[in-house]
Design a protein around this ligand. Structure first.
Ligand SMILES: [Ca+2]
Ligand SMILES: [Ca+2]
Ligand SMILES: [Ca+2]
Length: 531
């Protein structure tokens, strides 16, 4: 069995066509106001009857740029209102910022459907503005894999920074790194805004910043704990609570926490390498002194595996390493056995236990986070490690329609010529296209409706960074440490390269774009602001 886990590498303008966009608009409008279920059904019909149109086509004249530039002191973005939705996450919020209270990119892939990549402008001739830590050196830590200790440096998979405009007028940047610490920096200068807060082991995942404005930061670590820290105690981050990997039973395989949590309506949703999915009621409040408090209660957990999966894969490697995604009233996640599950949480706040409503087996390790479009369709990327027939049938990039639970596969893209192969990166949805890089270094532009690979480029792999697209610029790092910007304003053609920035060190972490800067760490040990 392949022992490698994620984080351990082997070494808007007119879109597709102006015509289809125009054609699409009335259909989208007609969907406004329907309930989620009706929306999904209606949208499938719309999708089928309107080949070539894109779910993103209604978003405005320039992709994603319906977002007005906010002030630096926390003014929120202005977007057209969403159709009403009675439930957890309005599917129509796909592609939008997560929070209405904090102006920022606050969790891995930015929102509950994991489809928001930050705010422009993207720098036009980018150069390194500052790097961290200090004038030289790196963020390194010792961690053991299979009993052997090794040194890890910088930040890796998934390692996306969170960036937000805080009430103090500063742009805050927060990330976890391989020096085992959470760092909180001033985006303008790279200075520490808080002392680096050590956890007990390296941090691979992406931190989540509280979307409701509580001074809280949520992070996993390889130290077997999922942590909640308060950031309102002066220079120190105070640990308020941890969830241990062995707090629930039964567990399988491992004890790290790589997934980036979602916080919605005071509930926290998180999958663990203990192979369980967890829901925690946070009970956030402020004490008499005005300091933030939590009183968390684990209200639900469920195995990410089932007997059928274990029998299909023939092993016990079923850790959840991806970040849960929510659309409508369904939480989706996948595991290292390739089981994609959807759990209905519609009654959670009334005490009704979640219920499994969707099951699909990709065939292999699925560490990439599931992303969900406005119509509730799932985009799932898988690795190719076990070499099972199911993987070759389903391919390594899949579009799934959860309204057809018995036959959800809409299309697939193969990447199983080599083993290991497939995809560690999380796909990006943008203007009717799906962008994703493979372990082998292929950067793909895939038509969201048809699954056709419109173009591909070869980069020095393994490319584990999740593609970032803001203001028609696709940003992709390679494993030689070069960050590339491509012009995807014409999605039907192979995008021309706009610029490159050489950072050094394999780029596994996903960058954050915010207000004219790109923030990203590399395996060289350092973290960069590029402007
Ligand atoms: Ca892991
Ligand atoms: Ca561990
Ligand atoms: Ca895995």
């Amino acid at each position: 069995m392949v022992a490698r886990t994620a984080g351990e590498p082997p070494s808007s303008r007119p879109r597709r066509s102006r015509r289809s966009r125009i054609k699409r608009q009335p259909q989208i409008r007609s969907l406004a106001g329907l309930t989620a279920g009706a929306l999904l059904v209606a949208s499938c019909i719309a999708a089928k009857s309107d080949k070539g149109a894109t779910p993103r086509d209604h978003r405005g004249d320039r992709g994603g740029t319906t977002t007005a530039a906010p002030g630096r002191s926390g003014a929120l973005t202005t977007l057209p209102p969403l159709p009403p939705f009675d439930g957890w996450v309005n599917p129509a919020s796909s592609g939008r910022p997560w929070s209405t209270k904090v102006d920022g990119l606050l969790t891995f892939r930015g929102n509950a459907t994991r489809t928001y990549y930050g705010k422009g402008p993207v720098p036009k001739a980018p150069k390194v503005a500052w790097s961290y830590p200090g004038a030289s050196g790196g963020m390194c830590g010792q961690s053991s894999v299979g009993g052997a200790s090794k040194t890890w440096c910088g930040s890796g998979w998934t390692g996306q920074p969170s960036v937000w405009n805080a009430e103090d007028g500063k742009t805050w940047v927060a990330f976890g790194a391989y020096d085992k610490a959470i760092h909180m920096l001033d985006g303008a200068t790279g200075d520490d805004l808080r002392e680096p807060r050590l956890t007990g082991d390296i941090i691979k995942g992406s931190v989540t910043v509280d979307p409701d404005g509580f001074p809280l930061i949520y992070s996993g670590s390889r130290d077997n704990l999922f942590h909640i820290y308060a950031t309102d105690r002066g220079q120190q981050l105070d640990e308020l609570w941890t969830l241990a990997a062995d707090a629930v039973s039964p567990t399988k395989w491992n004890d790290d926490w790589d997934g980036s949590a979602l916080v919605l309506d005071d509930y926290l949703f998180e999958g663990g390498e203990n192979s369980q999915f967890h829901i925690v009621k946070l009970n956030r409040a402020y004490d008499a002194a005005g300091k933030v408090t939590v009183d968390p209660e684990l209200v639900f957990h469920a195995p990410g595996w089932d007997d059928e999966l274990l029998s299909s894969i023939g092993d016990q490697e079923v850790s959840i390493e991806n970040s849960v995604a929510i659309s409508g009233n369904t939480v989706y996640f996948a595991n290292s056995g390739g089981l994609v599950q959807g759990w209905d949480i519609s009654g959670l706040d009334k005490g009704t236990a979640p219920e499994r409503v969707f099951r699909f087996w990709t065939g292999d390790d699925t560490d990439a986070t599931i992303v969900i479009d406005e119509l509730g369709m799932l985009y799932v990327a898988s690795e190719y490690e076990r070499g099972l027939e199911r993987s070759r049938t389903n391919g390594q990039l899949m579009k799934l329609d959860p309204t057809k639970p018995d036959d959800p596969l809409v299309w697939k893209v193969d990447d199983h010529d080599e083993r290991p192969g497939g995809i560690w990166a999380t796909p990006a949805l943008y203007e009717g296209m799906v962008y994703v890089a493979t372990n082998g270094g292929r950067l793909l532009g895939v038509d969201q409706m048809s699954g056709k690979v419109v173009w591909s480029k070869q980069l020095p792999g393994p490319t584990w960074q999740s593609a970032v697209v803001v203001d028609d610029v696709l940003i992709q790092g390679d494993c030689d440490g070069v960050l590339h910007g491509y012009d995807v304003s014409e999605p039907d053609v192979e995008p021309p390269e706009l610029w490159t920035v050489t950072l050094g060190g394999c780029i596994e972490s996903t960058p954050a774009v915010w207000d004219g800067r790109i923030y990203v760490g590399t395996r060289s040990g350092r973290f960069f602001a590029i402007a």
